[in-house]
Design a protein around this ligand. Structure first.
Ligand SMILES: [Zn+2]
Length: 161
């Protein structure tokens, strides 16, 4: 595990969600002051991901580890991040973290999510994960398939569980 922790600027909401989906501790706030962002990165030892060249330079000046994202498309963004930090298949933990709020997911029993998921999902899946913070429920269905397919397109091989 690389154990990389990220802080995404407010232009990188989609990238933040994808990084969480891959298992990386990634903070993101749609409304946050620049200074607050820099202080948080510094205090928590997070890598600041930004689209903003000026913010990037400020971070460098303050000795904060940072990475300037050039593309405005999330596929290229994620590809750039994985390459930059030499993240490999073994570093990924697909769907271990809530995409919405970054909380580590807990495995729950099928009965626990009966009321939370569509009936066909309940009938066709055995393994469910739930976010203890926001209550969002995840299952190894289309989300995982789609992400694995995306990663393959990006030439990142992913082991299936
Ligand atoms: Zn959540």
């Amino acid at each position: 595990m690389t154990g990389k922790r990220f802080l995404a600027d407010r232009m990188l909401g989609k990238l933040a969600k994808k990084l969480r989906m891959l298992g990386f501790d990634t903070l993101y706030f749609s409304e946050i002051e620049e200074n607050e962002l820099l202080t948080m990165a510094s205090n928590e030892g997070r890598i600041l991901l930004t689209r903003d060249k000026e913010l990037f330079e400020k971070a460098v000046k303050r000795g904060i580890e940072t990475f300037l994202i050039k593309s405005d498309r999330w596929r290229s963004q994620i590809s750039a991040v994985l390459k930059k930090f030499r993240i490999s298949e073994n570093d990924l933990k697909l769907f271990s973290r809530c995409m919405e709020c970054n909380t580590v997911l807990k495995e729950v029993s099928k009965q626990d999510v009966m009321l939370d998921v569509p009936e066909y999902v309940y009938m066709t899946h055995e393994r469910f994960l739930k976010c203890p913070m926001c209550g969002k429920v995840y299952w190894a269905g289309t989300h995982v398939e789609d992400m694995v397919e995306e990663l393959r397109k990006l030439k990142i091989p992913v082991r299936r569980e």
